[in-house]
Write a protein that binds this ligand. Structure first.
Ligand SMILES: NC(=O)c1ccc[n+]([C@@H]2O[C@H](COP(=O)([O-])OP(=O)(O)OC[C@H]3O[C@@H](n4cnc5c(N)ncnc54)[C@H](O)[C@@H]3O)[C@@H](O)[C@H]2O)c1
Ligand SMILES: O=c1ccn([C@@H]2O[C@H](COP(=O)(O)OP(=O)(O)O[C@H]3O[C@H](CO)[C@H](O)[C@H](O)[C@H]3O)[C@@H](O)[C@H]2O)c(=O)[nH]1
Length: 345
């Protein structure tokens, strides 16, 4: 493959999962080009290729980036991704996640780009009738965030039929942890995810973490989720891209470890990894939260030959803790040291 064919446009590459994917792409010999409006992402997280500051809602800036870098494939992470916020402000989610994705997919059609790996989510399944969740589990989202992602999956299928755009939708369960080499990690503002909030609480950065509901129909009454390491997600993206180089069509894969942990179990794990107490407050349920989501990722293991490497929750939390500690010592992450050349913007 010529090097020009290895250029990948990574929307949302300045964000949490997208930046880890850029690292994995670079390590696999691809050339990631990040396209991000920095609404949630960070310039310091773009370390493995150029950053184009642009908005997926702005078709002209997408066209300009594609004309300039001529990517042969797209990895599409850019989205709003807060379940609770999507219930309160659905318009924001449908506009950014659906209209933004449609812009990208139409730009691909118009520029002759045939391959896309799309960030979907287990939130498309809603409240499943049985666990674990396979790709055949009916998709009935219970919040606008999950609904917006399901709509994009449908758009991808229809563009596959009409315009021969080949796609893989990766339905992640709960992304967690940080780059094991501690170069990048999770840094959301506001932070809403359980593990970084618990780490903030045990280190005194926050007074406590609120447990959203203690009366669910689960073993200890708190919500159960399947936590998957962010670098394992990144690796799955590279494998999905490679699969698109050999095959056509639209497909979808679950990405999770296949084990469920309750909110209380996550907090216990944070306490044992950090050897510090996590102050906990009991709060009301958060709108849009299903009680339990656990993956069956057999299809990704068999067809993409994907195998998670950091699969124990303690190890996942350990990498998040190392990143948390680094952030305390080095709040600017020192990564501005690498110049972003004018020609990269
Ligand atoms: N974090 C999880 O547990 C999880 C689980 C399942 C799916 N996902 C999906 O994975 C993707 C990445 O999630 P994340 O946790 O890294 O989120 P993130 O907020 O860290 O990253 C998203 C990135 O997209 C950018 N972005 C948002 N809207 C944009 C726009 N209009 N134009 C250009 N850039 C824009 C943001 O600036 C940010 O850098 C999202 O699509 C999310 O829905 C995340
Ligand atoms: O302060 C908090 C934060 C979270 N939780 C609970 O912890 C669990 C995990 O919550 P996160 O906010 O960390 O993650 P979500 O499950 O809400 O969402 C993540 O996974 C989803 C799929 O399940 C989506 O894809 C979404 O993008 C991604 O952020 C949930 O049961 C939530 O109710 C709390 O109890 N207290």
């Amino acid at each position: 493959m010529r090097s020009a064919d290895r250029t990948v446009l990574v929307t949302g590459g300045a964000g949490y999962i997208g930046s880890h994917a850029c690292k994995a792409l670079a390590q696999a010999g691809y050339a990631p080009v990040t396209f991000d409006n920095l609404s949630y992402g960070h310039q310091w997280a773009v370390k493995w290729g150029p950053l184009v500051i642009g908005d997926i809602l702005d078709r002209a800036s997408l066209d300009a980036a594609i004309d300039r870098y001529r990517p042969s494939a797209v990895m599409h992470f850019a989205a709003c991704a807060y379940v609770g916020e999507s219930v309160a402000d659905p318009g924001k989610y449908f506009r950014n996640n659906v209209c933004g994705s449609l812009n990208i997919i139409e730009a691909m059609r118009d520029h002759g780009i045939r391959s896309i790996v799309f960030s979907s989510t287990c939130a498309t399944y809603g409240i499943p009738e049985s666990l674990p969740i396979t790709e055949e589990t009916p998709q009935r989202p219970i919040n606008p965030y999950g609904a917006s992602k399901l709509m994009v999956e449908r758009i991808l299928q229809d563009f596959g039929t009409a315009h021969r755009i080949n796609s893989i939708a990766l339905r992640y369960f709960n992304a967690a942890g940080a780059d094991p080499e501690n170069e990048i990690g999770e840094d959301h503002d506001p932070e809403t995810h359980l593990i970084p909030l618990a780490l903030d609480a045990c280190s005194g950065k926050r007074s406590s973490v609120t447990l959203f509901g203690s009366n669910y129909d689960t073993d200890d009454g708190t919500c159960v989720r399947d936590y998957i390491h962010v670098s394992d997600l990144a690796d799955a993206h590279v494998k999905a891209l490679q699969a698109l180089e050999r095959s056509t069509g639209s497909s979808a894969y679950n990405l999770g470890n296949g084990w469920g942990f309750s909110v209380r179990q996550v907090i216990d794990t944070v306490e044992s990894v950090t050897r510090r107490r996590v102050p906990v407050a009991i709060g009301a349920r958060r709108a849009g939260d299903p009680p339990a989501l656990i993956s069956d990722a057999t299809r990704a293991r068999e067809e993409l030959l994907w195998k998670p490497r950091i699969s124990s929750l303690s190890d996942i939390v350990q990498t998040a803790w190392a990143w948390h500690e680094r952030q305390q010592l080095d709040p600017m992450r020192g990564h501005f040291a690498r110049p972003v050349a004018g020609s990269w913007r």
